[in-house]
Design a protein around this ligand. Structure first.
Ligand code: G16
Length: 542
């Protein structure tokens, strides 16, 4: 039976960089989940009888919300929901299932790399029929709807058994519980040379993959250990846990320190990698060498043709604005298009759909391609493995050879997490107010060549996105970028991105923070960040 439940709006349901993210207790407020889900459905047209894909990263509250979304999808007229077994689907797997089964769209339950558990974070995001995150036009409509919603629809029925694959009925809708891994694994086998990678493992190549007690555990066990023959134990923390074992499932040098230490230690494996809560981010470390996400994008693009799925070459490359310019140099050499977009994977969707780009990446540990419309952690790992198997050399060789050919973009991001929002906003305003007068100002040997607030004009749909981050540019291509994160759930997080280009190979082995020292000092002075945040140092440096 369909029930219509009266509700009142919440004022704080604005989707951020990637869906709605809040603390679990916020999502547990009466009707909070239902208001947002109904607002998604109310912002869409023509889905009666169509298919919705549903899954999450297994974090605390996943199962409860899956049941509610199923009952609301049935009440709102969807014909079928494909839901991952146990409620589990990684973000790239959702994207693939939407595309493969021509679904109307999908709902992903995840707060990505943010911690989980009863006091941790939860999130809901909507993906459209191309498999990618909803564009701003839709997220704006969803937010507007959350502010005026008065009721939602839900069927009254017992919970669906999520643990057994198969089809059941919920009201007038079919619920199909699908294998979480099978479709994704099949896609990876189309893109990569599994025989060759298998040979690499058989030759004694050693790898460790840290699934961080999050969603990629089942995918990595199936693909790396069972399909490719990596030795048992290659996958660490492979069991998804509701609280990720109490850790942040964020594959950066702070939260994935265990695997970083392994890669830098004695008798290190040849290759180490990690992925995040919902499986879309990646961390790549060779024996003794960390590869920044910006460099990884450039190196994957330069070598992608070695994998069967990319043998015909790339149409173009896209990167988010704060991502380093390393990939631009590859695009230039390959003679293909290069696109610079605002932060957020949703901005790549149009470029991929229009066939303008094949590979995309972000400094925030996201890399992906036209195979789906999300970034994809395990995909990046497999492309690296395919390249290593084909080139038969070490990561260190590949990385240093790349820098020797293209030059090195030294790069680091300094985050000031959970600072007071008022101070963070005041700092950004102060920087924006200064923009017109910055050109020509000098700080020691550094002279500012230009400064702006990044704006993007989408070449496919003609939409404009303004105020996407303050850029301070220097004559040699060095940059300092300031922006506020759109994914935090408490206070504000200020990100400062610092980049310096070095063409001279004899200066390619300087420690990163030292290489960037003068720009880091400038970035702090110019923004007066200590004054605005009352913090003497960043909370995370990556
Ligand atoms: C999300 C987005 C990414 C973005 C990242 C960081 O990643 O999908 O496109 O780069 O957040 O965004 P911000 O700097 O605004 O915090 P994820 O992995 O959290 O979904």
């Amino acid at each position: 039976m369909i029930k219509t439940i009266t509700t009142t709006p919440y004022a704080d349901q604005a989707p951020g960089t990637s869906g709605l993210r809040k603390k679990v207790p916020v999502f547990q407020k009466p009707h909070y989940v239902e208001n947002f889900v109904q607002s998604i459905f109310d912002s869409l047209d023509g889905f009666a009888g169509q298919t919705l894909v549903l899954g999450g990263d297994g974090r605390y509250y996943n199962r409860e919300v899956i049941q509610r979304v199923l009952k609301m999808a049935a009440a709102n007229g969807f014909g079928r929901v494909l839901v991952g077994q146990g409620g589990i689907l990684s973000t790239p797997a959702v994207s693939n299932v939407i595309r493969k089964y021509k679904a109307y769209g999908g709902i992903v339950l995840s707060a990505s790399h943010n911690p989980g558990g009863p006091d941790g974070d939860f999130g809901i995001k909507y993906n459209i029929g191309n498999g990618g995150p909803a564009p701003e036009k839709i997220t704006d409509a969803i937010f507007a709807r959350t502010r005026s919603i008065t009721s939602y629809k839900i069927v009254e029925a017992p919970d669906v058994d999520l643990d057994r694959p198969g089809v059941s009925r919920l009201g007038d809708m079919n619920v199909e519980v699908i294998d979480s891994v099978a479709d994704y694994s099949a896609l990876m086998q189309q893109l990569f040379d599994f025989d060759r990678i298998g040979d690499l493992f058989r030759s004694g190549f050693r790898m460790k993959f840290d699934a961080m007690s999050a969603v990629t555990g089942p995918y990595a066990h199936a693909i790396l250990e069972r399909a490719l023959g990596a030795t048992a134990g290659t996958v660490m923390h492979g069991q998804p846990l509701p609280d990720f074992g109490g850790h942040h499932p964020d594959p950066n040098l702070v939260h994935a320190k265990e695997i970083y230490d392994l890669a830098m230690g004695t008798n290190a494996p040849d290759f180490c990698a990690a992925s995040d809560g919902d499986g879309d981010r990646n961390l790549i470390i060779g024996r003794g060498i960390f590869v920044t996400p910006s460099d990884s994008l450039a190196m994957l693009a330069a070598n992608a043709q070695l994998a069967p799925g990319y043998a015909k070459g790339l149409a173009g490359i896209a990167r988010s604005m704060p991502t380093s310019g390393a990939a631009d140099r590859v695009a230039q050499k390959l003679g293909i298009g290069m696109y610079e977009t605002p932060t957020g994977w949703k901005f790549f969707g149009n470029l991929l759909d229009a066939g303008l780009v094949t590979i995309c990446g972000e400094e925030s540990a996201g890399t992906g391609s036209s195979h789906v419309r999300e970034k994809d952690g395990l995909w990046a790992v497999l492309l690296w493995l395919n390249i290593l198997a084909a080139r038969k050399t070490s990561m260190l060789d590949i990385v240093q050879g790349h820098w020797a050919t293209y030059g090195r973009n030294y790069y680091s991001r300094h985050d000031y997490e959970e600072v007071e929002s008022d101070g963070a906003n005041a700092m950004m305003k102060m920087l924006r107010d200064q923009l017109p007068s910055l050109k020509g100002k000098t700080f020691g040997a550094l002279e500012i060549a230009g400064a702006d607030d990044f704006a993007y004009h989408d070449p496919v749909d003609g939409s404009d996105s303004k105020n996407q981050g303050v850029r301070i540019l220097f004559p040699d291509g060095s940059r300092v970028v300031y922006r506020l994160s759109g994914t935090g759930t408490a206070g504000a997080t200020i990100r400062i991105y610092i980049e310096k280009f070095e063409a001279d190979a004899s200066r390619h082995n300087v420690e990163t923070q030292a290489a960037l020292g003068d720009l880091i000092a400038l970035s702090r002075n110019l923004s007066r960040i200590e004054h605005y945040t009352q913090r003497s140092a960043p909370s995370v440096i990556t």
